[in-house]
Write a protein that binds this ligand. Structure first.
Ligand code: HEC
Length: 134
C-alpha cells in the first residue's frame, strides 16, 4: 500500500516538473525539428536535413545561435535586418524567442513579415532547441 502511494507521488512530481521545464524555455529539439519542417522550410533551407529547401529566406543550415544577424552570404536582407545587424544584433535564445513570436514587431521592415509568428511559447522553445543542434 505504501509503495503504491509513493509511485503516485513520484509520477505527479515528474509531470509537474515536465510542465514547468517547458515554461522555463527548455525546448525539445526533436519536436522542434518537426515543427520547423512544417513551418519554416517553405522559405528556409536547412541543408539536407529536410526535403523542402525554401529560398525565399536565408539558408539556416549553419544555425543562427551565436551568429550575427543578417550574415548569411549571398542573401539580400531587408533594410530593417541590415540596420539591426549594424546595431550589433547577435542571435541568442532570448532575442530569437522575441523575433519568432512576431517577426515584424521585433524587426521593423523585415522581409519575414508574411510569417505571422509562433504563438505558443513551448513551440518557440522547441524550434530554438532544434536550431541549437545545427
Ligand atoms: C514566408 C517566408 C518565411 C517563413 C515561413 C519563415 N521565414 Fe525566416 N526569414 C524569411 C526571410 C525573407 C528572412 C530575411 C529577413 C530580412 O531580411 O528582414 C528570414 C530571416 C530569418 C532569420 C534571421 C536569419 C539571419 O541570417 O539573421 C531567422 C533566424 C529565421 N528567419 C528563422 C525562421 C524560422 C525558425 C522559421 C519557422 C518558424 C521561419 N524563419 C519562417 C522568410 C521566412
Amino acid at each position: 500500500m505504501k509503495k503504491i502511494g509513493l509511485t503516485v507521488i513520484a509520477a505527479l512530481f515528474a509531470t509537474s516538473f515536465a510542465v514547468s521545464s517547458s515554461f522555463a524555455g527548455e525546448g525539445d529539439a526533436a519536436k522542434g525539428a518537426k515543427f520547423t519542417n512544417k513551418k519554416c522550410t517553405i522559405c528556409h533551407s536547412f541543408g539536407d536535413k529536410f526535403k523542402k529547401k525554401g529560398k525565399v529566406g536565408p539558408s539556416l543550415e549553419a544555425g543562427v545561435l551565436g551568429q550575427k544577424a543578417g550574415a548569411v552570404d549571398g542573401f539580400k536582407y531587408s533594410k530593417g535586418m541590415k540596420k539591426a545587424a549594424e546595431a550589433g544584433l547577435v542571435w541568442n535564445e532570448a532575442n530569437l524567442d522575441e523575433f519568432l513570436t512576431k517577426p515584424k514587431k521585433f524587426i521593423k521592415g523585415t522581409k519575414m513579415s508574411s510569417f505571422p509568428g509562433i504563438k505558443k511559447a513551448a513551440n518557440r522553445a522547441n524550434v530554438i532547441a532544434f536550431l541549437k543542434t545545427l
